[in-house]
Design a protein around this ligand. Structure first.
Ligand SMILES: [Zn+2]
Length: 180
């Protein structure tokens, strides 16, 4: 993208969020981070952010670029952006599978958190979290809620926790849990 396009883009953010500062230093800094991305992708991402759950706050760079691919990696694929059916966010096709599994996990976590603890979670922070960190958090959480679930739900969770085990082993593990 060109610097002029970035300034336009930042002005779009400013139009939605008056507290969003634009100055020369920030423009240079943002340009460094965003110059390799396609301005059309970023505009789409901003559109979905504004309408989304966290639309009250200006978007952060890591959220804007998350699940987008850099212009020079796109190749000749014309339709490289798809909408995630779960969060309605625009995601590059190459990142879709990874995004979708993270998205499903986050939704599951969010529903369970609200149901069992009456707490709302910051989904956006979870989307941009590194894989290792997220996996750890997710497994911890699943362990925490395991005793609040039904037998069927627990089986599903155990399959996620121990993907290499057969259904039989999982069933054994679950019944020993429930017989305690
Ligand atoms: Zn999604």
């Amino acid at each position: 993208m060109k610097k002029k396009e970035l300034i336009n883009f930042m002005s779009r953010i400013k139009a939605h969020y008056q507290d969003f500062d634009i100055n020369d230093f920030k423009i240079d800094e943002w340009y460094e981070q965003l110059k390799d991305y396609d301005i059309l992708d970023l505009n789409k991402k901003l559109d979905s952010h504004v309408k989304g759950e966290y639309g009250d706050y200006p978007p952060k760079i890591n959220y804007l670029t998350h699940d987008l691919i850099k212009s020079f990696n796109k190749g000749a694929t014309p339709s490289y952006i798809v909408e995630c059916p779960m969060c309605h966010c625009d995601v590059s096709i190459q990142r879709f599978e990874i995004h979708y599994s993270r998205c499903s996990a986050i939704n599951y976590l969010s529903n369970k958190c609200e149901k069992h603890f009456g707490a709302k979670i910051n989904k956006q922070a979870l989307y941009v979290m590194e894989d290792d960190k997220f996996d750890k958090l997710y497994i911890n959480f699943l362990n925490k809620i395991i005793d609040k679930n039904t037998l069927e739900e627990t089986k599903i969770i155990m399959k996620i926790l121990y993907p290499n085990n057969s259904d039989e082993v999982i069933n054994d593990m679950v019944s020993s849990l429930f017989n305690k």
